[in-house]
Design a protein around this ligand. Sequence first.
Ligand code: ADP
Ligand code: ADP
Length: 226
Amino acid sequence: MIQINGLAKSYTNDSEKIEVLKDLSLTIEDHSYVSIVGPSGSGKSTLLHTIGGLEPIDRGEIWVNDQAVHKLKDKQLAKLRLKEIGYVFQQFQLLPTATALENVMMPLLNVFSSKEIKEKAKVALERVGLEHRINHLPSRLSGGEQQRVAIARAIVTNPSIILADEPTGNLDSETGEKIIGLLEEIHANDDVIVVLITHDQAIAERTDQQISLLDGKVKVATLSEL
Ligand code: ADP
Ligand code: ADP
C-alpha cells in the first residue's frame, strides 16, 4: 500500500520558490491499477518521483509498504527502490551502449550471481515479448521495443510497485496501446500496484482509481463529474 499524508514539495529556481505539491494526501491500495491525471505542470511527475524516493520532500509522510520513505537515508532508499519499485519513463532511459539484455541485467548487478542475473533478465525479456532481440542495442530497436526493454528492466527485480511516467508519451497510439496492454497484463498476473501518469482519458478510465491533480492537490470530483 502507498499512503501519503500532508505532502508538500517545492523547487527553488533562481531563488524563486514554487510549491508544486501542497498538503497532498492519498491512499493507493495493494494490487490496484491507478492513473495520475492533470494539466501539464500540475506536479504529476514530481508526485511519482517522491513516491519512488527520487526527490526529497519539504513536509509530510510517504509510506510504501509500511516503510517511511520520508525518513530513509540514501542507502536505505536505494534498497527500497531495488526491492519494491520498478520505474518506467517516457524517454525509456536505456543505456545506449548496452544491449537489451545488459540493460535489463543492470538493476540486479551485485545482487545475484552473473548466471542468475542473465537468466532472470532473459525471463523478463521473454515476458515482454522480446526474446528475439536480446542482443540488440537500443538504437536498433523501435520505440515500442525500447519501452518493452524498459518494462523488462522494471519487472526484473520483482517489484511490488510499478511507477510509469507517461510510458506512451513517445509512441504512436497503436504502439502505446500495446504498451498499456502489457502493463495491464503484468498488473493482472503479478501482485503489483501499477501507478501510471497519462494524458489519455481513455487509458485513465480503464484504471481502478484516477488521481486528478490540480494546484498541487488531489482534485475532488464534483457530483456532475461522477
Ligand atoms: P507534470 O508532470 O504534471 O507536468 P511536474 O511535476 O513535471 O509536472 O512539474 C511541476 C512543476 O515543477 C513545473 O512547474 C516544473 O517546471 C517544476 N519542476 C519539476 N521538476 C523540477 C526541478 N527538478 N527543478 C525545478 N523545477 C521543477
Ligand atoms: P516528463 O515529461 O517525463 O515528466 P519533464 O520534461 O517534465 O519529463 O522533466 C524531465 C526532468 O526535468 C525531470 O527530472 C524533472 O524533474 C526536470 N524538470 C522539469 N521541469 C524542470 C524545471 N523547471 N527546472 C529544472 N528541472 C526540471
